[in-house]
Design a protein around this ligand. Sequence first.
Ligand SMILES: *Cc1c(COP(=O)(O)O)cnc(C)c1O
Length: 425
Amino acid sequence: MGPRAESIADLARLGGDLPDCGEDPLAVVQLLDQYAAPATVANSGGRFFGFVNGGALPAAAGASWLVSAWDQNAAMHVMSPAAAQLEATALGWVCELLGLPKTCGGAVVTGATMASFCGLAAARHTLLAHAGWNAEADGLFGAPPLTVVVGDEVHASLLKALAMLGLGRKRVVRVATDGQGRMRADSLPALDAKTIVCLQAGNVNTGAFDPAREICERAREAGAWVHVDGAFGLWAAASPKFRHLMDGFENADSWATDAHKWPNVGYDCGVAVVREPENLRGAMTVTAAYFTSDGWRNPMEYTPESSRRARGIELWAALRSLGRAGMADLVERTCRHTRGFAEALSAAGFAILNDVVINQVLVDFGGAAKTTNVIRGIQEDGTCWCGGTVWQGRTAMRISVSSWVTTDDDVERSIGAIVRIAKGV
Ligand SMILES: *Cc1c(COP(=O)(O)O)cnc(C)c1O
């Protein structure tokens, strides 16, 4: 599943100095096929359970080839009506699937990190505007301070987004979490109209959801802003069986999610959604004499980028090919496979460290050293690929089932390999 050491070493053939003279394009592409392809990771296959990597749906991959060949600039409607309008349609579909108001606005960006950046930029813009300060015009020096509240199990990328926004990784108020990584509502500090509360829908290790209903209610009473990092977990809303996990999250003000995770759009594709589109536009808009809109929605008025890839078309293609039923089935199927892993590995005598609520399982094979060896053995064996993590002090193997390709047979074969390797270590 991972490339062999020789393949990685062969990448050196593609290194070296920039050639003086150019080469035949076909020969260049053949070189990639010969030396780069063997050093790729098979995360588009059905037995890749590392990180939270989805596969690429055929419609999304096909759309991606078209998008590359068309070479559209998705900054403004006038540059690509197709890109601008399909992106707007896809954003509406995403809101519908996630159970968010249709009046929300959003941005198609590179991933959940940038989606959180957008949501938090909208928060910064709005809360400071309410306090009489224009963050975009005047910066943060001398601005009324904002408080940012996160759970102790906050994802590292949200802290990065805060760092990029001048809100600081370290000046956050961290709230205690429970054994599943959920923020404890009873530990929430006092909130006010200059506070941003960052919730999580789907902890990256356990898949757990913060108690959103209670926290959003308290935030609303105080005039605070609630941002949700739901890189994969938000998509639970697409299934009637799992929608209950999303209870209360619809009351937040901004949401960040990934389309390259659960919805299986190829890399890269993330989505930011904001309750009041004008709040995002206030944070992201740019003007120049030659920028025109003619009344159309210009995507770049909502995104950090100006010139940008038409990845909204890939998102559109994935959702159009799945439909509402297909997205629900993808969520339910991958969650069923995940439970299959948890049940079989528990029956084989290994400790499952999390409540398996969606598509994440944490396995402890009997201590840190043994678990590390089992993970290495599984990666060398090559039947499937799983990575490691440390969950609340315990070394664990992480199984994340996110791909549309994974079948019952893939799960059975992978369980067989994992149990065989773990018993042999
Ligand atoms: C994957 C993930 C992110 C980061 O997403 P990128 O697409 O890599 O930017 C953020 N939060 C959570 C919970 C994630 O699982």
